[in-house]
Design a binder for this molecule. Structure first.
Ligand SMILES: Nc1ncnc2c1ncn2[C@@H]1O[C@H](COP(=O)(O)OP(=O)(O)O)[C@@H](O)[C@H]1O
Ligand SMILES: [Mg+2]
Length: 357
């Protein structure tokens, strides 16, 4: 695959495809069995089981509070497991945490690079922390800074970098001890679309150069869709679906989505849309805006237009698309991830101290 390192060509998120083939018989890099995390009476992670194959990019997709960070913290030895077990690179996380720590790289959700140090100092301090021998350290720092396109910023103080550059520095820093398994918790949250694609490209480039398994959490549908070999959808601490993006989309009844905007539709419009042949579900997204899943895109489009003409309801816009991961999310959780995010972010106002977006 051609990888445009600097994203100078301005690839949009929808044009990116970073997925490579994974052999069906590849060994498991991560195995999580019936894992549970309880905080008092509250169960943050509820009996989750999955395995990640060597070389895979595996995505945990879910809204805020789903339990993604808690899962990562358990797999990376940072918090104790309440019940169940996790193995990382063959080592039991609870019994042999040090062996696990040696084999993994972790990028936590919050930015953690030291603002007062330069880019290169941030790299070196981590390499020393991980006991990387001096000669190897120099090589690794050079190679990684080049990969994340920060060579010319090596002497810059980290506080002068943009959010996207800091994320790239942290990705480079997290790889300085050559881990086999890389955990990234929402690495692109808050970045603009160009910086997000740049991060995806760097991960893909690094994966092409090193033998690396990646577990990434995200609440971005397109990120999961473009980057991940397989996706586990988590909601309220439970795993609700797990498969390739294609298989997840195919598992949703209805293969086409019609988005239609009507002017002043009558109250029973949703019911009438649902009754059209082939229609499997209808969501009334906002005033007059309906999202219709159907197994027969062209047939339903014709029926829908006819129904609107006969009823005298003006049709303002109409689009027909294939099923997206948004539809998959709605199918398995009963609501939209986008709505959840809007709510979550509306809730977190800049003035509210101590609330983490
Ligand atoms: N240390 C903690 N004590 C109590 N509850 C927690 C703690 N950490 C996380 N939680 C709760 O567990 C749930 C999952 O949180 P988290 O794993 O951070 O979700 P996500 O990363 O998917 O947004 C949330 O409801 C959160 O409030
Ligand atoms: Mg989180």
């Amino acid at each position: 695959m051609e990888v445009n390192k600097s994203n100078g060509g301005g690839i949009s998120p929808s044009e990116f495809n970073g997925r490579s083939e994974i052999a069906a018989d590849a060994p498991n890099a991560i195995e999580v069995k019936n894992i549970v995390k309880r905080y008092g009476d509250f169960t943050a992670v509820d009996d989750v089981t999955f395995a990640v194959k060597e070389g895979e990019i595996f995505g945990l997709l879910g809204p805020n509070g789903a339990g993604k960070s808690t899962l990562i913290r358990m797999m990376t030895t940072l918090i104790p497991i309440s019940a169940g077990a996790a193995r990382v690179d063959g080592h039991d996380v609870a019994r042999d945490p040090n062996a696990v720590r040696r084999t993994i790289g972790v990028i936590p959700q919050a930015l953690t690079s030291d603002l007062d140090l330069t880019v290169e100092e941030n790299m070196n301090i981590y390499a020393k922390l991980y006991d990387v021998p001096a000669k190897r350290r120099k090589e690794a720092v050079e190679e990684l800074l080049e990969t994340v396109d920060l060579t010319k910023w090596r002497g810059a103080q980290t506080k002068t970098l943009s959010g996207g550059m800091r994320r790239r520095l942290e990705i480079a820093r997290g790889l300085v001890h050559s881990p086999k398994i890389f955990f990234l918790d929402e690495p692109t949250t808050g970045l603009d679309p160009v910086s997000r694609v740049a991060v995806w490209e760097m991960l893909t480039t690094i994966k092409a150069k090193r033998k690396l398994t990646v577990l990434i959490t995200t609440h971005y549908m397109d990120e999961a869709d473009r980057l991940c070999n397989r996706i586990a959808i988590v909601d309220h601490g439970k795993l609700v679906a797990l498969d390739t993006p294609e298989a997840l989309k195919a598992s949703v009844p209805g293969s086409n989505v019609i988005e239609a905007h009507f002017e002043h539709p009558p109250d029973d419009w949703e019911v009438r849309l649902k009754a059209l042949p082939g229609v499997t579900s209808v969501q009334n997204q906002s005033a007059g805006m309906f999202r219709v899943l159907t197994s027969n895109g062209s047939g339903t489009t014709t029926d829908l237009v006819e129904m609107a003409v006969v009823a005298g309801v003006p049709l303002k816009t109409l689009t027909v698309q294939n099923t997206t991961l948004d539809d998959v999310f709605v199918h398995y959780t009963g609501r939209q991830l986008r709505d959840e995010l809007v709510k979550a972010y509306t809730f977190v106002m800049p003035q509210s101290p101590g609330v983490r977006p």
